[in-house]
Design a protein around this ligand. Structure first.
Ligand SMILES: [Zn+2]
Length: 133
């Protein structure tokens, strides 16, 4: 489901789409929605000074390694952890698709939803951070 531009976007709508909508202002580091707009000055690009600094360090690290723009270095263990959590979610999604195809009662659907929520919980709040050192 891709929300229409300008729609009242709920956080879950953004999370369920494959991409962040173009009109949603997000932090260039963590990709979470930016807090309220400042009344003056340039538009915000980062949710915090900390993320502005980390983004700078990540760009500097990539440049120091001769990597192109838009490329970051991520620790292998962080990437593995992300892949593991995505695999758990993917497996749960397959389970739920099969289970709901033959679901008969509200309890069947509740059990399927609980299984999917348990798998998705492992991804909630996860931020993959570039390695800076
Ligand atoms: Zn941020």
């Amino acid at each position: 489901m891709v929300p229409e531009r300008g729609s009242n976007l709920r956080r879950t709508d953004a999370a369920l789409s494959n991409q962040v909508p173009e009109d949603l202002a997000v932090c260039e580091y963590c990709r979470r929605p930016l807090p309220g707009k400042k009344s003056t000055g340039r538009p915000r690009k980062f949710c915090s000074d900390s993320h502005r600094q980390r983004a700078y360090e990540a760009r500097r690290r990539a440049a120091g390694l001769g990597l192109g723009d838009g490329t970051v270095v991520v620790r292998e263990e962080v990437l593995r952890d992300l892949h593991d959590r995505l695999y758990v979610l993917e497996a749960a999604l397959e389970d739920v698709c099969q289970d709901t195809a033959s679901a008969r009662t509200a309890g069947d659907y509740r059990a399927a939803l609980a299984h999917l929520m348990e798998a998705a919980t492992g991804l909630a709040g996860l931020v993959v951070e570039p390695a800076t050192g």
